[in-house]
Design a binder for this molecule. Structure first.
Ligand code: HGY
Ligand code: MN
Ligand code: MN
Length: 416
């Protein structure tokens, strides 16, 4: 396939302006974003994205999970589209680039093709996947998971947030439930541009991460039941302290993850303690342990050991413990041809690059099960993400999107 000439580059200023414009929607309190899925802010961000796509001549498709698909026609009506995109939803204390760079980078590919009046054989579709973050509604990558057939739509619709609101109801409420059957679309390939969310690329001075694999994940929610009691008048030996049990379990999480150093990781980011009153011994603790590793056997081992350790701790303290698997996916190996398109693009454009395993989960991890898929990564400052201080440079954004442009356009085949 004819590759685009190395002089073909995207418009970095226009991309950066769009990123800053989108960042105004659902602002955080410290310079980042709080544009959680299916909130009014999410709806606003979607509307802005749709406006931009339509201004770029795209037609917008919307499926029953709220996934958005902006189509730029190709010359061959029978050719399957090349998809490019990520997610616009953010963490509650999220950054301006996690997910958003991949969606607006995809839009920039379209805008650049329009500027250069380039036609492609395969159509190109820019995607915004609903609820990648899995914060408000667990698990992460929910809508791309339904698209890939990993979850049923009914199960997804029934996911509830901390206030008991249902995913399906909230999708209707913000007015972004489409008619399209989820997963009916067939793809020639999918590419996702994403910030690394880790420190490797910046530390090594590399412009581009050629993502060959993605590590797998296990989200195990524990509910520990003790007994509410007075923190002052209850003798220590009589206490059934769910908070103390949780603390001991979290020590085990650290110990188990470190036993598989250097690649495995483990922590609990979601923690609810009840009744959360200063002078009541906690009678209940509900928390989610997030284990990850590039090796499935390691993830399986970490989960099994934690279940045993938590049960032993609770048995010894006379407390109850319940386990619920609230998310998980196996390690991912991306499509070699698509990965090569990314690597060749970085070479052609003169960007430094290295192979990398994605530490975070992405929609591409699920779509890889139904279509040839690959990812492009750019560095982020100090490897920081899922923090309002998340930052990238305009140069990194441009480099990543140049490589995305070349990989997508080469795969979509330029028509001379
Ligand atoms: O959890 C993840 O890895 C992704 O950032 N949602
Ligand atoms: Mn993301
Ligand atoms: Mn994220």
């Amino acid at each position: 396939m004819a590759a685009p000439g190395e002089n073909l580059r995207i418009n970095g200023e226009r991309l950066w302006d769009s990123l800053m414009e989108m960042a105004k929607i659902g602002p955080g309190v410290a310079g980042g974003n709080n544009r959680q899925t299916l909130t009014d802010a999410d709806g606003e961000g979607r509307a802005l994205f749709q406006k931009w796509c339509e201004a770029a001549g795209c037609s917008m498709g919307l499926d029953q999970m709220g996934n958005m698909f902006a189509l730029r026609e190709g010359t061959d009506l029978d050719a399957l589209p090349v998809y490019v995109g990520s997610h616009l939803d953010t963490q509650p204390t999220g950054g301006k680039y996690d997910g958003v760079l991949g969606v607006l980078g995809g839009l920039e590919v379209i805008r650049t093709l329009n500027d250069l009046d380039i036609k492609t054989k395969h159509p190109i579709v820019v995607v915004n996947w609903t609820n990648e973050e899995g914060t408000r509604f667990a698990p992460a990558m929910l809508a791309s998971g339904v698209f890939a057939g990993v979850h049923t739509q009914d199960w997804a619709y029934d996911r509830v947030d901390a206030k008991g609101k249902k995913f399906g109801d909230e999708l209707v409420r913000i007015g972004w439930k489409g008619d399209e059957e989820v997963g009916a679309r067939k793809m020639h390939a999918l590419f996702e541009l994403h910030i690394e969310q880790g420190p490797i690329l910046e530390a090594e001075g590399k412009d581009i991460g050629v993502v060959t694999h993605g590590q797998g994940l296990c989200w195990l929610q524990l509910t520990i039941i003790g007994k509410d009691a007075h923190t002052g008048s209850t003798p220590m030996p009589m206490r059934k302290n769910a908070g103390l049990a949780m603390a001991r379990v979290l020590e085990k999480v650290e110990e188990i993850a470190l036993s598989h150093a250097p690649h495995a990781v483990g922590a609990a980011g979601h923690i609810d303690i009840y009744p959360n009153s200063r002078n009541v011994i906690p009678g209940k603790a509900v928390f989610t342990v997030d284990f990850r590793s590039p090796e499935l056997a390691v993830i399986t081992d970490m989960e099994a050991r934690l279940r045993v350790a938590a049960q032993t701790i609770c048995d010894e303290m006379g407390l109850e413990v319940e386990f619920e698997k609230t998310g998980g996916f196996d390690p991912v190996e991306f499509d070699e041809t698509c990965v090569a398109a990314v690597r060749n693009a970085a070479e052609r454009l003169g960007y430094s690059h290295r192979n990398i395993i994605s530490g975070a989960g992405h929609d591409a991890c699920w779509i890889n099960q139904v279509a040839p898929t690959a990812m492009v990564m750019c560095p982020c400052v100090d490897g920081l993400s899922h923090n309002e201080a998340e930052e990238i440079s305009p140069e990194w954004a441009r480099a990543g999107t140049d490589v995305l442009f070349h990989a997508v356009v080469e795969t979509a085949e330029i028509v001379e």
